[in-house]
Design a protein around this ligand. Sequence first.
Ligand code: AMP
Ligand code: MG
Length: 491
Amino acid sequence: MINKKGTLEAGWNFDNSYSHLPQLFYAHLNPTPVSSPHLIKFNGPLAESLGLNAQALRSDEGIETLAGNRIPEGAFPLAQAYAGHQFGYFNMLGDGRAMLIGEQVTPLGERYDIQLKGSGRTPYSRGGDGRAGLGPMLREYIISEAMHGLGIPTTRSLAVVMTGESIIRETYLPGAILTRVASSHLRVGTFQYAANRGKAEDLKDLADYTIHRHYPDVGDSKDRYLRLLQEVIRRQAALIAQWQLVGFIHGVMNTDNMAISGEIIDYGPCAFMDVYDPATVFSSIDRDERYAYGNQPNIALWNLSRFAESLLPLLHEDAQQAITLAQDELAVFAELYYHHWLAGMRAKLGIGNEEQEDESLIEGLLGMMYKHGADYTNTFLALTFGQLENLAMYGSNEFTQWYERWQARLSRQEETKTSSNDLMRSSNPAVIPRNHRVEAALEAAVEQGDYSVMDQLLDVLSNPYAHTSEQADFAAPPPKSDVPYQTFCGT
Ligand code: AMP
Ligand code: MG
């Protein structure tokens, strides 16, 4: 749409519900302007689904908005307050380098936070500079869009602008701002903050706001806060099972990085596992392996326990009864998680019905994968496409026996061979964002200003269940190296 001045309108349609929460939940301020913003990445399809005009956002005026230099009409920029357990230790935190610009209400009536990450200092910045580097922001762009392609609930990436300024880390890095889109940025840590800093009313306001925004079916019954806890536990159980099924390692599952909406949030040192090993850790700062692949379900439960703790005053007026209610709900997590994981594993093996012995069939496969150092993703691909000779354990007696057992199992279901194989194709991705591919894309972009490598990677990752020949080229595991792959927090 063209406005009176003859410029294209971007299509912003803000409604800033979070700003109606009590003042202690945020600080109202503008992003710190940057010297010469330059748009380098823009997500056209996402813009369209948000009701935004790509052409307008790509214009100079649009880029000024994506850089935080210009505040669009109807926006109400704010930094959110939150707390969190970081590697098990409690801290007061908050958006130290991000700002919520506003909540965009889409043509379909959905509400999304539009957040600028790397937008300058806020009252919650502590010692930090409030800025972000180009590499880490592009990394978040790639992995979040890959997760979306995999069909896993996640925050999305709308744009990356270079600020024209350098930031100081170990060396000078080009500064950048990512426009992040999330169904909200409410975190477990937001509730911890309310419970620690707020009055009883503040916690209640936050919980009611959350129910209204994310769990409207919970309604306004007297036991609604218990139902909220139940629903958050359910969504997390489903989410974490999906991580495990694709071999995703978040890397920094602090309670401030767990979203109440059930989306993945805060892509820092995350990475995908190549060789199957539950102890896999990539993050350089995760020295105790707290956030190892195999530990993610336990940590999710630990985080949810902190969420439940924060809610205790709302669960029952009697403290002891509140604890019992919370514990009963938390006790369900393991079962819910396992149910999702098992269903997903059956699908990965083309199994459409349920049998008791499926668990041991799956465990048998994982055990062999571990023993033979098999690539997680490619093992399932080889089984899907019958390329058994590609398997690390091919030729071993235990594999031959396992294979016969699996084939016998497949014959004990009503699904035809074709539908069983279709199930495998749609449950086993052809491609994941392999660490070496992500690094190559980032290096070309950051060192040479060449975005073609990243664009090609994003393209194959956008529909990982297509199983095209181009994707097959991206399936190769990393070349063998003596140096283990490490990721850094990217602040
Ligand atoms: P993260 O590790 O990205 O989840 O961040 C943890 C906390 O540190 C959050 O409160 C961030 O806002 C804050 N933070 C991270 N990087 C910076 C930075 N460069 N400047 C200010 N605050 C930061
Ligand atoms: Mg964070």
